[in-house]
Design a protein around this ligand. Structure first.
Ligand code: FMN
Length: 478
């Protein structure tokens, strides 16, 4: 057993067994065109996740209906089955990953900022949804996938039904049981439509992160209902709502532009594992009620070490690493091979998020320029080392903060890890960035901070660290 025994241990998700706890949560790639078919680039994206060693791959949100959506995969009619079959086969051939497809229903949005609400739908429209989801799930099963994940998170139809802001006046709104009625009916319909070996998971927000939205107490009620219905796993996300989205002139509302959007894809200013407390609370609540359904937690979990410690403390059962595995899909195999210092660590710059927002192909800022896919670990790469090997890092105390500056390293540098030590404690990763300067505004006065900076290239290979640089902010400087 290596240093990450739980992370690399298998787990049953209902009928499925995954070989490890790494999960790629659904991530829209914008690699398909508006027609919604799988193409070679889509296949290549997922093939690399599988080669890279993730145990579970959730293929991006794929629509159960024919609505216009820009570039998004579809599972809305039988014509999509051949493409989905090729995708399932490619994932299974490339590695041991189990693959499920996230299936989604969404309402209409317009460039004016208008959007359709769940309260605009008539009862017949709502009651047509379980059959739409069930038919899509059956197609995914026919295509050879291992399961589906019903998308009930963020800004989409089923999430808006669960929302505390669902003000429908009939038996589909306001009370918790009414809000659960349609999502529960979808779970039942999907489970009835597929065979017992096919996994049915759900994803919903553990907290909406909007005013008058629900939080972990209600999410725990939802989770225990879905557990009772026999879902294979529960994936917990956060936020991503229309209610606080910022409308940009001439563009449809994008639900990740407000505070709830920040919470959904926490950027570089958020702490690591920013949302894990939510998954941990829901997990504890349903365990207390006797349910053993595995829980997937996500939100800025960048490293195997952190992932292992979250599993060890029982915060979740599966580690959702979306942007981390986009930056480097090979993280699981690299860490397993003891090549952790070759991992291209996500800097949470959210360039991927803004590409998604603008319907552009989602790529990672850290990949080599112009690349559509992450480089494989064995692809040739340039040497990475320091331009000036001595004293190239300076740490300057300011008014309550410490400014770091360093000379650019030579070679094909993708980013820099910044390591920090407080008062002679061991160095720990503080953050990663792509510039040659960083402000540390999270220091306490009258303590000594030491820093080192380590460059890495597009394949994640680390160069020589700088010699340490030291600074302290005195009380008088605050
Ligand atoms: C480019 C991009 C596309 C995403 N698309 C989806 C999606 O289709 N369905 C979904 O449930 N979440 C989607 N997410 C959210 C992620 O699954 C994940 O919950 C979020 O990024 C936080 O995890 P991370 O910090 O590991 O990236 C997307 C995130 C990004 C960055």
């Amino acid at each position: 057993m290596g240093p990450h025994p739980m992370l690399y241990s298998s787990l049953d998700l209902g009928p499925l067994q995954v070989v490890n706890r790494f999960a790629v949560p659904a991530m829209v790639t914008r690699l398909s065109s508006d027609d919604g078919y799988v193409n070679e680039d889509v296949i290549e994206r997922y093939r690399r996740f599988s080669e890279g060693g993730a145990g579970l791959i959730v293929v991006e949100a794929s629509s159960v209906h024919g609505g216009r959506s820009g570039p998004l995969l579809k599972a809305s009619s039988d014509e999509f089955i051949p493409g989905l079959s090729e995708l399932a086969a490619a994932i299974h051939e490339a590695g041991a990953a189990k693959a499920v497809v996230q299936i989604i229903h969404f309402l209409k949005v317009a460039r004016s900022g208008w959007r359709q609400l769940v309260s605009d739908l008539d009862v017949d429209g709502l009651e047509a949804l379980p059959a739409l989801f069930a038919a899509a799930a059956r197609r995914v099963e026919q295509a050879g996938f291992d399961g589906v994940e019903i998308h009930m998170a963020h800004a989409y139809t089923l999430s808006s039904m669960l929302s505390r802001r669902n003000k429908r006046r009939d038996h589909y709104g306001r009370t918790l049981e009414n809000r659960l009625r349609l999502p529960s009916a979808v779970v039942d319909a999907v489970k009835a439509a597929v065979g017992p070996e096919f996994a049915v998971g759900v994803r919903f927000d553990a907290e909406e992160c909007i005013r008058r939205g629900y939080s972990v107490a209600e999410a725990s009620q939802f989770a225990s209902r879905f557990a009772e219905q026999g879902v294979a796993y529960i994936s917990l996300s956060a936020g991503g709502k229309f209610e606080d989205a910022i409308h940009r002139e001439g563009k449809p509302l994008y639900p990740y532009t407000g505070f709830s959007g920040d919470r959904c894809m926490p950027g570089d200013s958020y702490p690591d594992a920013a949302n894990i407390w939510m998954a941990e609370t829901v997990r504890r609540n349903i365990r207390d009620r006797g349910f053993t359904t595995p829980i997937l937690g996500a939100g800025k979990i960048p490293t195997a070490d952190l992932a292992e410690s979250l599993l060890q403390r029982g915060a979740c059962d599966l580690i959702g690493m979306a942007r981390g595995l986009l930056a480097d899909p090979f993280l699981p195999v690299k860490v397993a091979a003891g090549r952790t210092d070759e991992v291209v660590e996500c800097i949470y710059c959210n360039v991927c998020k803004s590409l998604d927002e603008n319907f552009k192909t989602v790529v990672c800022y850290l990949w080599p320029k112009g690349a559509t896919h992450a480089p494989r670990p064995d692809e040739p790469r340039a040497e990475t080392g320091w331009f000036e090997s001595e004293s190239s890092l300076r740490a300057i105390a300011g008014v309550g903060d410490i400014r770091l500056r360093w000379e650019a390293a030579e070679g094909d540098v993708a980013g820099y890890d910044i390591l920090r030590s407080e008062d002679d404690q061991p160095f720990e990763r503080f953050t990663s960035c792509s510039r040659t300067a960083q402000l540390d505004d999270s220091v306490l006065a009258d303590r000594t901070y030491r820093y080192m900076v380590v460059p890495y290239d597009g394949s994640g290979r680390r160069g020589t660290p700088t010699p340490p640089a030291e600074a302290a902010v005195e009380t008088g400087q605050i």
